[in-house]
Design a protein around this ligand. Sequence first.
Ligand SMILES: Nc1ncnc2c1ncn2[C@@H]1O[C@H](COP(=O)(O)OP(=O)(O)O)[C@@H](O)[C@H]1O
Ligand SMILES: [Mg+2]
Length: 195
Amino acid sequence: MIKSSEEEKKMTSGIISTRIQTGFTLWFTGLSGAGKSTIANILEKKIKDLGLKIEILDGDIVRTHLSKGLGFSKEDRDTNIRRIGYVASLLSRNGVIVITAAISPYRSIRDEVREMHENFIEVYAKCPLEVAEQRDVKGLYKKARAGEIPQFTGISDPYEEPHSPEIIVETNKETPEGSADKILRWLKENGFIEG
Ligand SMILES: Nc1ncnc2c1ncn2[C@@H]1O[C@H](COP(=O)(O)OP(=O)(O)O)[C@@H](O)[C@H]1O
Ligand SMILES: [Mg+2]
């Protein structure tokens, strides 16, 4: 449900009209290598092309500034997700479309950040561990298997699947473009963007 106003504001002159953009957060969750960043980047371009304001909070990038120094213990992971959730809530309540792309492995924290939002859409980037591991985009699975990275999600740390995400993209069966289009279609069908 969209809770924020979507009315058109007409300037007194009657010449300029500004459409108020509805802010929302698309919260990706899924294993490393599931395709969160890839799909987020494709979606960003498609949404920008519609002339809408959008910001990506990618887990890997956030960890270089907002969450610099945090590790991968449950406590640090939770802190990282709370920070991303907080910033996403600030932006989205001011009309920005936010896409977050962090593993966010724990269900309870995802539910906690959902509660901070007016408009929260959970997108499960679903991909079997074997497929993500075979992709091994960053060579991290290999290192994790070799014991060089402790607490690696899916190998030596838990990943809790969402129970009822708004959208599921099955990245071992869909193309990245197809997954992005599926999300865009959902956003249009549910009135979050015009189309
Ligand atoms: N349907 C798909 N959706 C997203 N990525 C896919 C898909 N099929 C194959 N891939 C590939 O899988 C990898 C996903 O990596 P990435 O987006 O960095 O994952 P994450 O951000 O979830 O860790 C990329 O190399 C991408 O090209
Ligand atoms: Mg990523």
